[in-house]
Design a protein around this ligand. Structure first.
Ligand code: GLN
Length: 495
């Protein structure tokens, strides 16, 4: 039972086998001690991407030249003073393609941004660069992060490295599959309703959605602004802590960014490992929510809970009585915010513009008709509807009230326990094409993840050993606002 099962594998065969087997923390240590060079690491990953990206579809854009240049710079910094070179000096990172990168094409996997070269870096990208990270390229996603399978990408779907007939989850499927297939040691994802945690679960890697406001959203292409949060997808939780050390902190460019000082995530991880009280929402493990989780998922979660108990944790039954309304509330709030956020794609300032428009209306209509895919159009229509006069009270305002009630559910639960545990998704990775014809089935994949976004709390997906199907399985842990260190510490009890 180890989220660190890949770490410390002996370097077998040629040097690049060794490089690819190291976690981000191990890479950082080896780069600092001079055992490995930043350029060598960069080349090993570029080679791995050349070999496997065609088949897996993880990256939309690979920045070979840019990565080489960043690796050269990192090597210089490391040779000058390894401990001043930055927390990620020479460590390659993949970035989800809804996070803007200066001078590097950023599409959000949409045709409407097919030709978009951002004039600035997202704050998280600035932070990565400052820490000396090497940005390998931009990873595939569901268009505008709307989806749970990466099949809504306007370019190509990503395949699950554990079974290529299956989806990697979504919307950060490219990032999760890249980390799982060792096309990058670590990646950034974004999570509006589960998009970091569910693909991490489907691909057998770790995924953390931080507290709303913990990581800056400046430069994240907005989907549901009150729900969106950027976070790390990594091989293990130690790497998640390392990335959080770089990503977290106040940003004056994001009005919702928290002023709370960021903790030393990696330091805290090494220190406390006190046994905790862990609550399991009875609505999640029973059959109340859409029949409950699939038996394989349920069994894996139960085994993980037993393991935590054997480590001294107390497992308790808790109630989140309004979780049955979470999916409905989410699929009102998220599309409502999306319909407003996506108004900016009008063909005027940037992105696609339809040819030879007759007039302004015609340009808007044809640009958006050609530029957006079906799921994005569905969300815009849903969102416009729930915000329209006469319906806003019946839908949007009710959904907003549901968020407050859910927050109250969590407040009560967290008065009783330190953490909440349960499944990430109802099933393991499903087959490509299995749910594309039925959006409602696709939406139900988010049943256990959306509550963290609706309430703003942090949540982590931790890999568990595979079950009878051989597919990756995972445990979700949720904590009160700003308690990410507790999530990471308790995840280590599983390792
Ligand atoms: N699957 C959810 C949706 O389609 C969540 C997406 C996300 O977190 N970006 O909206």
């Amino acid at each position: 039972m180890s989220q660190e099962r890949d770490s410390g594998k002996p370097a077998s065969g040629d040097a690049s086998d060794g490089i690819l087997s190291w976690t981000a923390v191990q890479l950082r240590d080896r780069l600092r001690s001079g055992q490995t060079g930043a350029e060598e690491v960069c080349e090993a990953y570029l080679e791995q991407i050349r070999r496997h990206n065609q088949d897996l579809g993880c990256f939309l854009t690979v920045d070979e030249e840019g990565a080489r240049e960043q690796a050269r710079q990192a090597a210089k910094r490391l040779s000058r003073d390894p401990h001043e070179a930055g927390a990620l000096a020479g460590v390659p990172v993949a970035v989800k393609d809804n996070i803007v990168t200066k001078g590097l094409r950023t599409t959000a996997a949409s045709k409407i941004l097919d030709n978009f070269i951002p004039p600035y870096d997202a704050s998280v990208v600035t932070r990565l660069r400052r820490a000396g990270a090497v940005i390998l390229g931009k990873t595939n996603l569901d268009e505008f992060a709307m989806g749970s399978s990466t099949e809504n990408s306007a370019y190509f779907p990503t395949r699950n490295p554990h079974d290529r007939e299956r989806v990697p989850g979504g919307s950060s499927g490219g990032s999760a599959a890249a980390v799982a297939a060792r096309l990058a040691p670590a990646a950034l994802g974004s999570d509006t309703g589960g998009s970091i945690r569910q693909p991490a679960a489907f691909c057998g890697v770790s995924g953390l959605k931080p507290t709303y406001g913990r990581v800056s959203r400046y430069g994240l292409i907005a989907f549901g602004s009150s729900l969106d949060q950027i976070g790390p997808i990594t091989r293990d939780v130690r790497d998640a802590a390392l990335l959080m050390d770089v990503l977290a902190g106040h940003d004056p460019q994001d009005a919702t960014s928290s002023r709370r000082p960021a903790p030393d995530f990696s330091g805290l991880l090494e220190r406390d490992r006190k046994p905790l009280r862990i609550g399991v929402p009875r609505q999640w493990m029973g059959d109340g929510l859409q029949g409950g989780p699939d038996p394989e998922v349920k069994r894996a979660v139960q085994q993980a809970l037993e393991h935590l108990e054997s480590q001294g944790c107390r497992i308790e039954d808790v109630s989140l009585p309004h979780s049955e309304y979470a999916i409905a509330a989410y699929y009102i709030v998220a599309p409502a915010e999306a319909s407003s956020n996506l108004m900016r794609y009008d063909g005027v300032r940037y992105g696609l513009r339809a040819d030879n428009p007759r007039d302004l209306q015609d340009m808007y209509r044809r640009t958006r008709t050609q530029g957006f895919g079906d799921e994005v159009k569905r969300r815009i229509m849903l969102g416009t509807f729930v915000l329209s006069a006469g319906y806003i009270e019946a839908f949007y305002s009710k959904a907003a009230r549901t968020r407050r009630v859910l927050l109250e559910d969590y407040r009560k639960a967290f008065a009783q326990v330190d953490l909440i545990a349960g499944p990430v998704a109802p099933t393991p990775a499903f087959k490509l094409g299995e749910k594309t014809a039925d959006p409602w089935q696709m939406y139900l994949s988010d049943i256990y993840t959306v509550t963290a976004n609706l309430t703003g709390i942090p949540a982590l997906s931790v890999p568990l050993p595979p079950g009878p199907s051989g597919l990756p399985l995972a445990l979700q842990l949720q904590a009160p606002h700003f308690q990410e260190p507790l999530l990471l510490q308790s995840a280590r009890l599983l390792g």
